[in-house]
Design a protein around this ligand. Sequence first.
Ligand code: PLP
Ligand code: ZN
Length: 441
Amino acid sequence: MSTVTEPGTQATTDEQPPTEQAVVEPDEAHLREGAFGHAVALSCRECGHRVDLGPFYACPECFGPLEIAYEFPAVTREEIEAGPRNIWRYKALLPVPSDIEQSPNMEPGFTRLLKARNLGRELGIDRLWVKDDSTNPTNSFKDRVVACALSAATELHAKVFACPSTGNLANAVAAAGARAGMKTVVFIPSNLEQPKKVNSAVYTDSLVAVEGNYDDVNKLASEIAGEEDGWAFVNVNVRPYYAEGSKTLGYEIAEQLGWRLPDQVVIPVASGSQLTKVHKAFGELVKLGLVEDKPVKIFGAQAEGCSPVSTAYKAGVDAIRPVKPDTIAKSLAIGNPADGIYVLDICKETGGAVEDVTDDQVREAIVLLARTEGVFTETAGGTTVGVLKKLVESGQLDPSLETVVINTGHGLKTLDAVSDRVAPAATIAPSYAAFTDAGIV
Ligand SMILES: Cc1ncc(COP(=O)(O)O)c(C=O)c1O
Ligand SMILES: [Zn+2]
């Protein structure tokens, strides 16, 4: 494996395009047959140019982002239903080998889809579902993408499994690498929430806290990827494989609804990758004849303190102007989102919208979801539920349509966000009299 420098390459990462493209050379001799399942090439999202499968992420013609292109076999609902209760039930639709279940991995996915009657009643939405990804092995949806990245890193014989992260990704990479017996190095902004630091450091001795924001961390990761041999940065040089993992959220929503698509979905946006992949998943299911075609409105959710995509949406412009994040929703704090323009396109095309909420609305929504549905979400989920509420109130979202809101992470990782809002109702002496005096019921 070696490093190839292509000056001026505008590769797509979660942040600024790096000035050079990091490449772990695919060793053809060692790339085994079927290493990437039914994937046949990498295809440029901008110009359609195709390159061979390998650790590439930027188009050599126009520097646009590369995506996985497949030749899918016929896949039936029954085959999928007979698969394991994790993302590998959809392995035929992912860039992974057919024996993926045999390699040690975190087995994420197939999380619950909860009918949210109480929250629905509160918000005036007739049919509302919460897709609860906080129950994944490291308590965020990132376990899905990391499982696909781990497979690619393994097939490409990478020596180090790494990432720049806003927190959850670092947790997922550190854990998956430990389980796979791979060296991990994870980079985070030094001001991250303490639980997210501990949830990485417990799995790896190489958690690196960088003095800067996520965009600085990402720039550093791109530089390291350009200098070091054999590093698989999940969201940099194996990003096309990694990103495909988010499609499984879309597949599961459709399968758990009884093999049909919802009318609308609300999804948090940091880099924007997840939103674009859930949308892609719905399209693939239709093409494969697994669900009936129907319009699905896609809505994006951001926090006001880091809302470059919703700002562009509201201004009616196509270009995303990078921002310096300042929000409690640190997991969504990407000021220069790689897939922002695609999020804009999808939300506009499908009749959805991109909206943002204040930090206070994020906190309020965390408590609202907890008290109505018994689901404790982190600030990203507070953002998404807060945006859902705002979209209904502003008339941008039709409450008579069947709606899914995605909860992508767990509240125990961002306790500080609500710790001054929720507390014991009373502290009392251990006596019945003290209890009745406290006026709790
Ligand atoms: C909990 C949580 N939700 C949502 C996202 C956004 O994901 P994406 O970068 O794919 O937009 C992140 C990203 O770090 C996250 O940690
Ligand atoms: Zn191109």
